[in-house]
Design a protein around this ligand. Structure first.
Ligand code: ATP
Length: 274
């Protein structure tokens, strides 16, 4: 990349209880770019996203957005400034209705009271399937609809960089296709992406660049197409041929953690386009 990256992570060290699990990580996301962050279970991908979004304090290093320092700020401030994290497991409240979830998100994002309804309606226009379920508690949504709700909640913040952790986890391949199509269109709406993803091939199709983490250190940083062409790497990322993804294992080893069963409650594919 020649121009200054939108999101710049330099020398990040992060971990738990004073013990680092991510070491001296450098990573960039350019304006309008989709970047994949890949690696085996426990490599430190989630920890990286948590440290960038302020969910955990970085132990060292800096994170900047368009030159403005994010690291050291509280999570809610970082989200309002434009770096939004959709966590693994989606982080939605099962008892809250879809509409309540989105109105709460708009409030958290700092939307003034009179603007909340309009902001929520914009999300219903993007996700018509959610509009049809607006009065349902989140626990009654299919897995795909829950992921849409998590995406809508993130997008309400008007992010410049959206970091999505394991978007496809537990979803049927048709549902994943629909979500990937939507996410792939986000750069046209001014949202750059950092994706942690177990569907390695699809993530590499969407991304222009990729990073691979191994035991908390970057073992690959470069073109996504070049990584996708590395058959041993991609083959080593999957278990079996049932279309169920398993986390990537650099070096061609077989992953030892099975993905959860496909489909959420009901397993109904979402209708993102309406
Ligand atoms: P996965 O795909 O399994 O989520 P990951 O690459 O996202 O893998 P992390 O979740 O970042 O990996 O975990 C990195 C290391 O940090 C692992 O050894 C993990 O056990 C440890 N770890 C993760 N969360 C915590 C926590 N809350 N407290 C202590 N250790 C943690």
């Amino acid at each position: 990349m020649t121009e200054e990256p939108l999101l710049s992570i330099r020398g990040l060290r992060a971990g738990y209880g004073g013990i680092p699990v991510v070491f001296h990580l450098d990573l960039d996301v350019g304006e309008g770019e989709i970047v994949a962050l890949l690696g085996a279970n426990g490599a430190g991908k989630t920890t990286t996203l948590r440290a960038v979004s302020g969910m955990i304090p970085p132990m060292a290093g800096t994170v900047t957005l368009a030159g403005e320092r994010m690291s050291g700020r509280p999570a809610q401030r970082i989200a309002r400034l434009g770096v939004v994290h959709i966590p693994e497991g989606r982080g939605i409240f099962p008892s809250l209705e879809v509409d309540e979830t989105l109105r709460l998100a708009a409030t958290m994002a700092g939307v003034p009271r009179r603007g909340v309804a309009g902001t929520v309606d914009e999300m219903y226009a993007t996700f018509p399937a959610l509009a049809r379920r607006r009065g349902q508690a989140a626990r009654h949504l299919s897995g795909g609809e829950q992921q849409m709700l998590a995406l809508a909640r993130g997008l309400i913040h008007g992010p410049r960089v959206l970091m999505i952790d394991e978007m496809s986890q537990g979803l049927a391949p048709t549902v994943v296709d629909a979500l990937f199509a939507l996410v792939g269109s986000l750069p046209q709406r001014g949202v750059s992406l950092l994706l942690v993803e177990q569907f390695v091939s699809r993530a590499l199709q969407l991304a222009s660049r990729a990073y691979v983490l191994e035991k908390g250190e970057v073992s690959y940083a470069g073109s996504a197409a070049a990584l996708a062409a590395d058959e041993a790497f991609v083959r080593g990322s999957y278990l079996g041929d049932a279309g169920e993804p398993a986390p990537v294992m650099p070096g061609g080893r077989t992953a030892d953690k099975q993905a959860p069963p496909a489909g959420g409650p009901g397993g109904v594919p979402p209708n993102i386009g309406g």
